[in-house]
Design a protein around this ligand. Structure first.
Ligand code: NAI
Ligand code: CS2
Length: 493
């Protein structure tokens, strides 16, 4: 039996279910990217607001590319889904009821999605579409006009496929109808995610119609957000545990994440917003210091552990945490090479680092290093390269960061330390493959991969000090493997 309005009453007592009248919720937010993270983060905040603070903010959940099954599942179970919190072996579960409608571009058609986005009552369009959904070049935060789907949207602006294309078209329709615009809120892991979103939307609008671009510029806001909650991709094992939590009721749209959650939001909304602060979110004037802190200390160390861990045969983050050298290196990276680059004020960064290590140790999570390692070309800049630039300018050490970059290079070279092939998933995978195939497995490989200027910019590939450091780390990984290289580095800390 599946989760639905009918089966809600059969759930075990400990499961939190919507106690509010779902029919009173109004769809005022369209969320693009009904993935694991949105369900366990923004949807839970909205559910807390509805159940504890009488909020009437409901969601229309949309997937543009991928995730067809999630949308189908959601439709079949009265838009209900469960979110489990995994603290080691201790699990707790809540059924979220704030979704009221669900659409997929390939199933329902883009026109239906645009029709929802142009309803007068839509106040916010939010998104979690992964870094690649923005079709941008990370080194410059500008739109990638060579992207095939962006080319499609330039030629077919009323039938868009990309996130920027869909937002531009929905805003154009609202302008044409004389409706207020909506606020566009990115909840993806990018620095100044609002700024990136604004850049790609405005760039695409300008290519279409200068007046439209001007109207968007004057009337639409793109608040930045810092989002945090570790929500690994659901595995069959997690699915089984979710079903157990639900007393045998199936929920294919269920997810499970860690208990911790944080949301810092730039308070810049043109058409109203839920009172997220009542559910624990922080509304601030400037999110950037928080974003930088999280992207560098959390995501930077995550990527470090993902590359060095995967190469060594550690399939999950909690396994990396059982190797004392990996813990030492991650802590050093956080405190000596990332925290020192930050401008955030009033946060105890030592305590933050300790809490991150503790969160990584959670054996309930089973967060795959492979998952974190994917899309490295879109992650390295904000997680490692910006800090490296800081250290180069200030003449300060960055050995862990250099090893992290070398770890990525070794990872995308395609074999782990046990000589097993790695399935590299990255939007630049074809180009990477070609660079790896045409370079020797020595300093030549480093030079070849540094030629990806959309990742490394124009400056780093010319900086000999940086090149030497990364090369030394790369050769050590090749000759000694990841475990021993991390061990040698950790000896110094
Ligand atoms: P997921 O794989 O479960 O979902 C990905 C979502 O992105 C799906 O809804 C899919 O339809 C959409 N998508 C993928 N490629 C797209 C494209 N090219 N254009 C438009 N939509 C596209 O991933 P998950 O876990 O939901 O994470 C998504 C993003 O959320 C991450 O990339 C990150 O930026 C952010 N995030 C994730 C956290 C996590 O622990 N899972 C925590 C903090 C932020
Ligand atoms: C991870 C993040 O997949 C990744 O790249 O580093 O999704 C991480 O789990 C979240 O940002 C935690 O908030």
């Amino acid at each position: 039996m599946k989760l639905s309005n009918k089966t809600l009453s059969q759930l075990p007592k400990g499961v939190v279910v919507p106690t509010y009248d779902r029919s009173h919720l109004k769809i005022k937010i369209v969320h693009l990217g009904f993935g694991a993270f949105h369900r366990a983060h923004q949807a839970v905040f909205a559910d807390i607001l509805a159940s504890e603070h009488k909020s009437d903010w409901g969601y229309c959940e949309v997937n543009l590319i991928g995730g067809e099954k999630q949308i189908e599942d959601l439709k079949q179970q009265d838009f209900l889904f469960s979110v489990c919190e995994m603290s080691y072996d201790d699990w707790s579960t809540r059924v979220v009821g704030v979704a009221k409608e669900a659409l997929h571009a390939d199933i329902d058609g883009i026109d239906k999605i645009l029709a929802v986005m142009t309803r007068p009552e839509i106040a916010i369009v939010s998104m979690t579409v992964t870094e690649k959904g923005y079709c941008y070049l990370p080194a410059t935060a500008s739109i990638d006009t060579d992207n095939k789907l962006i080319k499609h949207d330039i030629e077919n602006p009323t039938k868009p496929k990309t996130l920027p294309g869909v937002i531009v078209e929905a805003l154009r329709l609202r302008k044409e109808k004389g409706l207020k615009p909506f606020t566009v809120m990115s909840c993806d892991n990018m620095p100044e995610n609002g700024h990136v979103t604004r850049n790609v939307v405005l760039a695409l609008a300008k290519l279409r119609d200068a007046n439209l671009a001007n109207w968007i510029d004057q009337n639409v806001t793109f608040p930045s957000t810092m989002v945090d909650r570790i929500v690994p991709a659901v595995t069959p094992e997690t699915m089984d545990k979710i079903q157990k939590q639900l007393g045998g009721i199936e929920d294919p749209a269920g997810v499970a994440g860690e208990p911790f959650k944080q949301w810092v939001i730039e308070d810049k909304f043109v058409n109203g917003r839920p009172e997220w602060q009542k559910a624990g979110a922080e509304l601030v004037d400037d999110v950037l210091p928080y974003e930088e802190m999280k992207l560098r200390m959390l995501n930077g160390s995550h990527s470090f552990l993902a590359y060095l861990g995967y190469l060594a045969g550690y399939l999950h983050i909690d396994e990396c945490m059982q190797d004392p050298n990996y813990v030492k290196a991650a802590r050093h990276l956080m405190l000596q090479e990332q925290a020192t680059t930050l401008r955030v004020q009033g946060v105890d960064l030592q305590a933050y680092a300790d809490s991150l290590i503790e969160r990584y140790r959670n054996t309930g999570l089973k967060h795959r290093t492979w998952q974190i390692a994917m899309d490295g070309t879109l992650k390295l800049p904000q997680r490692m390269l910006d800090s490296i630039r800081f250290h180069l300018a200030n003449n300060t050490p960055f050995d862990c960061l250099a090893l992290g970059v070398a770890g990525w290079m070794r990872y995308v070279s395609g074999t782990d330390d046990a000589c097993k092939a790695i399935e590299v998933s990255d939007p630049s995978a074809d180009k990477i493959k070609q660079l790896v195939a045409t370079s020797k497995d020595n300093e030549d490989r480093v030079t070849a991969l540094l030629s990806l200027t959309h990742v490394f910019g124009e400056d780093l590939p010319k900086n000999q000090f940086f090149i030497d450091k990364v090369t030394k780390a790369y050769l050590s990984l090749r000759d000694l493997g990841a475990k021993q290289t991390v061990q040698q580095l950790a000896k110094n800390f």
